[in-house]
Design a binder for this molecule. Structure first.
Ligand code: PMP
Length: 361
């Protein structure tokens, strides 16, 4: 088998011990003679998987009891419209902080449902930085404010979450969930597709304050209502059972690796290796993100010319590095450094980057 160093932006690597456990267990779960994906979602066996995953997510993210944890489908993208459907009444407006393409998409989908405003944006400078915001300045009639904690395409990340607001704070954490602590006292809802740090595609984590649910639109079709999914413990209809199972295993693995605190430390150690190289490369590698807004999850950079970038990506691919192309909308290179990327792979990539630079500068 060829050795692969997987830096895909999503779907992305799953921890090796999780894959090993799934291989051993998934096709004959607890000696039941059934694979996880063959079991009824109404069976006691599946319920065990389902509630274990919810409990473990609660444990590793230190989620207080005032929050519901839902497993939904439709990706983070469906949340772009479910959020306003549930929480944007006609007489209010939703505030969006634009820090990249995904926040723009979230705002665009919301604008099909109701009134939206841009509260802050870093678009003027190619989304290189996270604008500083004071949520105290949000207008009174704001239904909620929406943030994107990590910008997968541009490689920026909110270093801290803003202080508490007088209106609900809703955060798309698709690309940094489970890699950092969440200050639940300042946040009302978080959502994330699982396929980067929380398992495989197919399940979307939605974590929301119970008191927020009480204010949700009660006229929605039940399948689009958070309240309905919460009342039915994410078993209103068939959940993506295999994906929920993998999320449970990933949460177990994080639990064994000193929790999200351990993940945060590891992410910094790995990201620092690459950022230090960028900073010491005399401009051979130039980072896209401004230094205070650098992401620990997605490291975006350019080389001195597009020709060299092409050569770099070709040589990297030949050596087994996967997923180093920047997003098709921005070009350049991107290293996605999610939880499951081993330190050793980042070291090998760094050595390749040094060797390539020495040959070409
Ligand atoms: N938000 C962010 C920050 C993302 O990175 C992505 C996917 N890369 C999405 C939303 C969309 O997620 P999905 O494909 O699960 O709909």
């Amino acid at each position: 088998m060829t050795t692969v160093y997987n830096f895909n932006a999503g779907p992305s690597p799953i921890p090796a011990p999780v894959l090993a456990k799934a291989k051993e267990e998934m096709f004959n779960f607890e000696q039941s003679g059934m694979a996880v994906m063959e079991m009824s979602h109404r069976s006691a066996l599946y319920e065990k998987i389902h509630f274990h995953a919810i409990d473990q997510i609660r444990k590793v993210l230190h989620i207080p009891e005032e929050f519901e944890i839902l497993f939904l489908q439709g990706g983070a993208t469906l949340q772009f419209s479910m959020v306003p459907m549930n929480f944007l009444p006609e007489d209010k407006s939703a505030a969006y902080v634009l820090t990249g393409s995904w926040s723009e998409k979230a705002q665009k989908e919301a604008s099909a449902i109701g009134k939206v405003e841009t509260f802050a944006s870093s678009k003027d400078n190619d989304y290189r930085y996270i604008p500083s915001v004071d949520l105290g300045g949000l207008p009174e009639n704001t239904a909620y404010v929406h943030l994107t904690s990590n910008n997968t395409i541009f490689g920026t990340q909110w270093p801290d979450f803003p202080e508490k607001s007088h209106c609900p704070v809703i955060v798309d954490m698709s690309s940094d969930i489970l890699s950092r602590n969440i200050p639940w006292e300042n946040i009302d809802m978080v959502y994330a597709g699982a396929q980067k740090n929380a398992g495989m595609s197919g399940v979307t984590l939605v974590i929301l304050r119970k008191s927020l649910l009480e204010k949700a639109n009660s006229q929605l079709p039940p399948s689009l209502s958070y309240k309905q999914h919460a009342d039915k413990q994410s078993l209103y209809n068939t959940p993506p059972t295999a994906a929920v199972y993998i999320t449970g295993l990933v949460a177990d693995w994080i639990d064994e690796q000193h929790g999200v605190e351990g993940m945060a430390q590891l992410a910094k150690e790995k990201a620092d290796m690459i950022y230090n190289l960028i900073d010491e490369s005399n401009g051979f590698y130039t980072g896209h993100a401004s230094v205070p807004s650098r992401s620990m999850m997605n490291i975006t950079f350019r080389l001195p010319s597009e020709n060299l970038e092409k050569k770099f990506l070709q040589e990297a691919a030949a050596k087994g590095f996967v997923g180093l192309n920047g997003h098709r909308s921005v070009g350049g290179c991107r290293i996605s450094n999610y939880n499951a990327v081993p330190v050793s792979h980042v070291k090998i990539l760094k050595d390749f980057m040094i060797e390539f630079m020495n040959r070409h500068s």
